[in-house]
Structure formats: structure tokens, C-alpha cells
Design a protein around this ligand. Sequence first.
Ligand code: AMP
Length: 551
Amino acid sequence: MGGHDQTLEPFLWRAENIYPDREVVARTHEGTRRTTYAEYGERTRQLANALEGAGVSEGDRVGTFCWNHTRHFETYFGVPNMGAQVHTINPLLPDKHIQYIVEDAEDRVLFVDPSLAEKLAGAYDREAFASVEQFVVMGSDAPDLPIEPLTDYGSFVGDQPPSYEWPSLSSDQPAGMCYTSGTTGKPKGVEYSQDMMWSHTMSILTPQGLGIEDSDVLMPVVPMFHVNAWGLPFAATAAGAKQVFPGPVPEPADIARLIEEEDVTISAGVPTVWLGLLEYLEDHDVDLSTLQSVVIGGAAAPKAVIEQFDDLGVEVVHAWGMTEMSPVGTVANLKYDLRDAPYETQLEKQGKQGLIVPGLEFKVVDDDGTELAWDGEEFGELLVRGPWVTTEYHERPEANETDFEGSWLRTGDIVTVDEDGYIEIVDRADDVIKSGGEWISSQELENAIMAHDDVTEAAVIGVPHERWQERPVAMIVTPEDVDREALTGELQAMLKEEYPKWWLPDGFEFIDEIPKTATGKFSKKDLREQYAGQDLLEEDAPEEAAPAEDD
Ligand code: AMP
């Protein structure tokens, strides 16, 4: 009955027309690049013309392999507004995952950052990349690389006309795509329709969500390949907020400088980012007076981080979400009747994953599917549903069988809910490892380790780590006569061939046997409990244990 479907286009239209001079700023290798929403809108239409010229039409997918910057942001509206799908690819993944993802998504055009071009060329495989008809480097010249046909962004978009008639799209038109590697096995594609992205934007805009306003200066440190930087660039555009993109692999010094220079009011990232900034602040004088809040998600926000930011006058907004949820599901805002509560009570609530955002529903169930009480004690699996929660993966019937129950998504997170409705994650149903906000598949590492002739059994578990939250440690059973030192070296060399540095276990522990469940499977829960508190990390975690890369 409404006059228009729920699509992203009106958000851009509003920013262009109501806030034409509001800035979009990016840190680049050549310094700070400034543009406005008026110019930005034109660029998105130039991009649409260029893509159309390259043969992209409604329903096609366009891949990006990029950090956070304005050109990447141009694809955020330029691609979905023309009816195509913007598919952000995580460049930190192992090569074989990247190949799988490109092949599965059948991207027709692939944008790549100059600093990531070599990484992409390393993962390039003619067969897996067969769908890609054009590679575009997001720089002024195309480097000499064995991926083709290759052009540069300036040549691709430069001479295109700045006018383009956006088509009238329906709510269910696919608009975005992102892969999750959360569980074991191959990454799973999640597709976002126009109305999923629209409704997610509307919810996080509200004060009950993240409360973004036109006076805000928003800097997403969370990479744009992580579920569209948690959807923040869409919300900031809808609000008419200034946006600041921190560019490739921002160091704490870059983040601090951008906050100071651009008057950032709200930023967002995984805990590792903020631990790094807090450490930097110990020795550096940084003016954080404009910064009102930092959104922390992707992994649990440590209470100490919430307290330290509090002391600096910055509110931590703890949020939880999933790729399958576009991604925001809960925000640990204080309820109206807790705003005068003792500090300890407030801290306890802010340390939880929070309250479900407006528009979603949840339930917590035990193994039999019985709903559990909200008493802060009973724990079970969290199920969620709502307009921006997917109900299926892209062409993964087996995962669709296990991960959904009708309209409900099984999150795999084991939680309690307190009397006030605050959800707290206490465990995960599966054994995946999240290091610095990025997934490491324990099962893949185990399979690789067990392929060695001298290994009888191996289990890889995540052990707590102050900076990266978790790091992998391999627990290995061998026959008695095996030279363990030599074996460790061989395993390290073998894994290095296949996986990025940040996937490699920081410890190799030799044990007599791996505890088993009643059905004979490895019980990593028992293993984790058995070795809890022991110092299993032999190696120092690599500097780039994620999300940074050595480019
Ligand atoms: P992803 O799909 O990569 O966004 O990962 C989603 C998963 O990350 C969730 O199911 C949680 O296990 C974990 N996660 C996300 N946010 C938080 C948080 N604030 N606290 C604890 N775990 C989180």
C-alpha cells in the first residue's frame, strides 16, 4: 500500500539532497581524501554507468576485496541501487576460501585494493575465478599482475556520466552478500535483500539501536568486508552523518589521529582494536574530547575496556550480531530504570551482549527445544528471527537443515537472559576460534595436522588471549618414539604453506589422549576444561593475528 518498496536508494537521495556538503573522508596512502555527499552521489552513478558498460545488470554480483575507503563505499550504494549485489570478500582468509567464495558467488566484476592486489593474485585460480570478466584496481594505475582483464578505477569510472536513472526495485531484490566462516567447513554465503538492509539500517539508527544522528562523525574501524562494516555506512548516510574511513590496516596512531583531526564522535570495532588504542593512549597525549562512544562487537567487550573508556569519558556500546543478521542483534544500552543504578550494576549490564534491538525477537531453548526462563542462570541456545535475519544460506542445503528452524536462526551461541532481558553469551555450541574478530576453523587445522603420518590424533582448541581474545593451540597424540621437536617444526612448516600466519597454532602440546564424548567424538569442551589456566601459548602471537595484514 505504500508508494515505494523498502530499498536503500532513498537513504542516498536524502544524504545528497539534505546534506550535500556533509563530508566523507578517507585516510589513503596519499593522505586524507575529502569528498561530500553531493559528489559521492555522482560517483555512485558514474560507477553504475561503468558497471552497466561492463555488462553488469540486475541480479549480478560485484565483488570487492578492499579496506575501508571512499571508493569501496561507492560500491555500497552504486551496486545495490542498480539492482546488483555488492559482495564484500574478506582478504584475510586462506587462499582456498577466497577461491571457494568467488566461485560460489560468481562475481562478474571484482574490485581490489592496490595493497591487496598481490594477495588476490596469489589466490587467483583460473577456474574458480572463471565468472570474473573484469578486475578493477582501486588505484590510479593497474599493476602488472597475472589477473586479467585488469584496469584501474580511474579509467573504469572516470569518464562516465554522473547521471543514472536508478531502477525501481522491489524489497526482495538481492542487494548484498557476505560469507561467514563461523562454523566448520566451507564458508557460507549470506545474501542481503534490499529490505533486510533497509530495516537493519532503520533499527540501528534508533536510540534503542546505536542512535546515529546527523551531528555524528562516524568512523567504522570494523572492516567494510565484515558484514558491511556492521551496516554503519548505510546508517550514517541515512542520518546525514559525516563519515571517516580509516583506510588500509589502521594502527592505533592512525585511529587516534583521525579521531582528533576529524572530530570523530562514534567509532566501532572489535575489542582488539580498542585494546590497542588504550595501550597507545598510555604513552601518547590524544584529545578524545569529541569521542562520545565506541561500539564494540564481534567478540565480548572486556569489562576492563568498558571501565577504561568510562574513565576517559567515552561510553562503550557493546553490541552482538552475526553475518546472518546483517549483523546487529543486541545492544547493551542501559534501560531507562538502570540509568541511576549503582556503577557496578551498570557495568554488569554493559558487559553483557545486551537487549534485542527493535524489530527482532529471540528465544533461548534447551536441547529439547523447551524455552528457558529469563533468570540469568538457565542457559541454552539463542534463536533469533526478524526482517534482517536470513532464513537460508546460498546453496548450502545441508547447513540450511541444521542452522534454521522455520523462521528462526540457530545462532550457536549459548546464553543466559536476566530478568531485565539482557542476553549474555556464556559459551558456543561449536568449537570454532575467534582471534581478533576473525574466525579460525579448528576442524580445518586438525585435519591438516592429522594428515601427518606421525600424528595419531589432534584437536585444536582456542585458549584465552589478552589481545586477540583467543589463539589456537594444537593438542597432539603421537606414538611414543616420535621426535616431538622435529614433528612440531614439520607441522609448522606444513601449515604455513596452506594458511595465513594468524591461523597457525601458538602452541603444540603433546598429550596422552584426547578426551572423547559418549559417542566417541573429541570432547574439546573437556580438553579446554582440563587445560584451563595452564600456559599453553609457547609462541608470541603474530602481530597480525587478525585483523591486520602485512600488506
Ligand atoms: P560473525 O558472523 O563473524 O559476525 O560472528 C558471529 C559470532 O561472533 C556470534 O555468533 C558470536 O559467537 C560472536 N560474537 C559477535 N559479537 C559478540 C559479542 N559482542 N560478544 C561475544 N561474542 C560475539
